[in-house]
Every structure is written in C-alpha cells, then in structure tokens.
Design a protein around this ligand. Sequence first.
Ligand code: XBP
Ligand code: MG
Length: 259
Amino acid sequence: MLQAVIFDVDGTLAETERDGHRVAFNRAFASLDLPYHWDTDTYIQLLKISGGVERLTFYLSRNAPTLAEAERARLAAELHRRKNDFFRELIAAGRIRPRPGVLSLFDSLHDEGIQLGIATTGSREWVTLLLNSLLGTNRVLHLRTVITAGDVRKKKPAPDAYVHALEQLEVTAEHAIAIEDSQNGLLAAKAAGLPCLLVRSAFCDEPDVQRADLAVDEFGTLEKPAQILWNPHSIGVDGRITVETLRSLHSACSAAGTR
Ligand code: XBP
Ligand code: MG
C-alpha cells in the first residue's frame, strides 16, 4: 500500500532553477563586479553538479584558475551567501510559482491520508521560505519531514536525503514514491530503493528517463495535459498525475519487484 510520497523541491515543486537560482547567481556575480554570467545553456550544464557551493567552486576552478584554493573556497561561500539573499528576495517578490498541477496533487494526497515529505539538495536558508511561499502555511503543516542539504552527509545523486526522509516518515522504500525532476534526483531516489515519478523540468538536460518508473513532462492540468515520456508499466495517465496514478504506479512497481 502507498503510505508516503516524497517530493523534491528545485524543478519539481517549481521551476526554481529557471526563475530563481540562475537569476540570483548572476546577481551575486554582479554584486561583486565579477566578470561572470551564467546563461541558460551554461547553467543547464552546471546543474549536473549538485549543490550551489559545489557548482560555484567548480566554475571558479575553471574560470579563475589562478585563485588559491582557500581564496576560491572563501569566494564561493560569499557568492553563495549573496545568491541565497537574492533568491529569498525573488521568493518574497512572488517570482517563484508552483508548477501547474502540483498543488492539487499535494492536496489530494493529504486528503487520502498519504504522508508527505520533502527531500532536497537545496539549503534550509531558503527552503523554508520557499515552501511557505509555494505551498502556503497550511500545506506546510501537512509535511511530516523536510530534509535539506545540511541534514545529510552526501547530496544527490547520493540516496542520503531520501533515506533520511524515509526514516523520519517511518516508512520503508517499498511503501513510498519519490517525485523528481532531474537526473541527479532520479538517481538518488532509485539508489534509495524508491519507485520514482519523473516530472521533467525546464532545465533538466536529457535525463535518462528510462531509469524512472514513469516519466512525464508536467503534472498536467485541464488546460495543459501531461505528456508521457516513459511508461514501462503502462500506467493509465489521463492527462494529469493524480493520487490514482501514483497508487497504480506503486502497485505496478511492487508487483514487478521494481526498486
Ligand atoms: C537542486 C540543487 C540545489 C539548487 C540550488 O536541488 O542541486 O543545489 O540548484 O540550491 P533539488 P543551493 O534536490 O531540490 O532539486 O544553492 O541551496 O544548493
Ligand atoms: Mg530537483
């Protein structure tokens, strides 16, 4: 029986990489008069590196090679701090909106008594603010656990965030489903033994959708039905991801022994 659904944040609840983080990283560069700018294509490639600080450190090692390691680490930390300030400003300005269809799925799962959790690589410095902005305080109260980057040793694609979320939910992987948007997140969910629904995000570059147990382009609404990208269990998706879709997916994965 499906007992819990664990949502990723960036790219899944909202197109935060497109509408928030990339914009904020560039504002951080400008605030220090640095000659760097991450255009969409550059950022999509950099997103293969999990974690904002790690992403900055990698970029600086390639674009400021003469910086000593200690100085690079200090600069990456300062840029990340500024980025999070700017990201929080974008959240407060209402610039980050939920992906179409995700809130009605969230509400239906809660109404059906299915436990809800979050497992993100993002920093708690902004995750709490974003969840309240996207979900509203009532829905946030329906979250039994919120696991962020600082709560685990290793970031996605390591399974740590999902393993910790399952522990907090007191549910085994067999009775839960992960909802992700990217390759790193998909790999993390599968490494934790979870069936995974991939709702591909705008900045997700060619994920290996065949690693997912079901992959679609959106959660789907009446106005914009979900398009199926990969459906190995022939789950009936009638234009929208619903609680029934997830129950069917969970049953099919259990029957197939898919983990
Ligand atoms: C996506 C990430 C995060 C964000 C930026 O996390 O990899 O690093 O890009 O957030 P998710 P930070 O697992 O939610 O998709 O700068 O706080 O790392
Ligand atoms: Mg994500």
